[in-house]
Ligand binder design. Structure first.
Ligand SMILES: [Fe+2]
Length: 421
């Protein structure tokens, strides 16, 4: 298989050399036509959608730039530290570009400080959680520059997730539209240049992370741990305000495309780093025989039911959402333990028709309706169960607070904790 020079095969020296030849100027971009197009060619809905997306982009670039400086001290090799220094310069330029665009074209603020303040209201719950974690982990790296596991976690979040999974779909979705219509030429030029910068950054991150993960089991475990933690937040980054899909549909994009694109990026990067996507809890629940867009559509059903994507929302669980959750639950269940329970396990929902799981022909099956002679019965609301199923809530706490009640023989009850591990 041939790879591009920016692919995972590129050495740190190659990546540095590529930076030298691909310089561009954010201050030289002419936004005069863009300002006219912004006012005349886009409608209100599109201006709101673009502001929402590029406000997060501006904050994102700032968050990445902050996370990079402790990485320079922590980088084991000189070539890595040199590349990271070039990346700081790139992020500064990206910031100048986005700041100019938001002020000179979209009319937000009158200087860099007031511009970033003006766009603060567009940040989603998932975005805020993800970037708070990036700040926390890079602060930890600043304190412990020799800790390879913390370095691996910082790269795993900064380069692979924020840059590789979140930034690239974010860049694409409006870019495709403006290119088709031949509008916003300054914006398109800048975004094209940013996309090339990002490819280099992600190639660097993939390489260093693959090396760290291959060299140490601790680094590997630390990377899986941080990805497991941030995945529910990542799902929330592109959830539009009030779940209003017109934020993206006005640019001839569907949310399923954005989420499918992000999911594909995530699994590709994980595989390149040497970690199987099925090692992540949320991805293990997924039916990976489906296409990325089909999987994205199922994710969005859970988002719309308030189960994932914004932990401030209480779930309103639909039949469709329960079907997806139970399918995932059966995939995660340990067959031997389920068999040892000695009969069907029933979820007697307080606000929904019951569901049950049974072991049949060596695999676990979930079905709507009552099981009849169940060995275990879980009495809980569908919303509380949904939260437990996606690890938003702790089942032990639900038991203690009696939001979850378990009925059955003590031997069957004793297997419950093991069942969901
Ligand atoms: Fe970047």
């Amino acid at each position: 298989m041939t790879r591009s020079p920016d692919g995972p095969a590129a050495s740190y020296d190659d990546l540095y050399a590529r930076w030298e030849v691909s310089n561009w100027s954010a201050t030289a971009i002419d936004f005069s036509a863009d300002a006219v197009h912004w006012a005349d060619e886009l409608d209100d809905r599109q201006r709101t959608g673009a502001l929402w997306n590029y406000s997060m982009f501006l904050y994102g670039v700032q968050g990445v730039a902050r996370a990079l400086s402790p990485m320079i001290d922590a980088a084991p090799e000189t070539g890595q530290a040199l590349f990271l220094s070039t990346q700081i310069a790139d992020e500064a330029r990206n910031r100048v570009f986005l700041d100019r665009f938001l002020r000179e074209v979209a009319g937000q603020g009158h200087d860099p400080k007031s511009t970033i303040q003006a766009v603060d209201r567009h940040l989603t719950w998932g975005f805020k959680q993800t970037f708070a974690e990036l700040q926390r982990i890079s602060d930890e790296l600043r304190k412990k520059p020799r800790d390879r596991a913390v370095l691996a976690q910082t790269v795993a979040l900064c380069h692979l997730i924020v840059e590789g999974v979140l930034a690239i779909p974010g860049e694409h979705f409006i870019q495709r539209y403006v290119l088709r219509r031949g509008i916003l030429p300054g914006f398109s030029t800048g975004l094209g240049a940013i996309a090339k910068d990002e490819e280099r950054h992600v190639a660097f991150g993939t390489r260093i992370l693959r090396e760290l993960v291959a060299a140490s089991k601790d680094c590997r475990a630390a990377v899986v741990e941080i990805w497991d933690r941030v995945l529910p937040w990542m799902v929330g980054v592109f959830v539009p305000p009030d779940l209003d899909r017109t934020y993206v549909e006005c640019f001839d994009f569907r949310l399923e495309e954005i989420y499918g694109f992000g999911l594909r990026s995530l699994e590709t990067k994980m595989t390149e780093v040497g970690i199987d996507p099925g090692e992540l809890f949320l991805l293990a629940l997924d039916d990976r025989s489906l296409s990325y867009e089909e999987r994205a559509a199922r994710t969005l059903i859970l988002v719309e039911a308030g189960i994932i994507g914004d932990d401030r929302r209480e779930p309103v669980v639909t039949h469709e959402a329960l079907e997806i959750l139970f399918e995932g639950t059966t995939r995660a269940l340990d067959v031997e333990t389920a068999r040892a329970v000695g009969g069907p396990i029933e979820w007697a929902f307080t606000d929904h028709e019951p569901w049950h799981v049974v072991v049949e022909d060596g695999h676990v099956e979930a079905k709507p309706g009552s099981a009849g002679a169940q060995a275990l019965q879980l009495e809980i609301s569908s919303g509380d169960w949904a939260k437990i199923a996606v690890r938003r809530a702790d089942p032990r706490r639900a038991l203690l607070t009696r939001r979850l009640r378990v009925h059955g023989h003590w031997q069957a009850k004793a297997r419950l904790a093991k069942l969901f591990n």
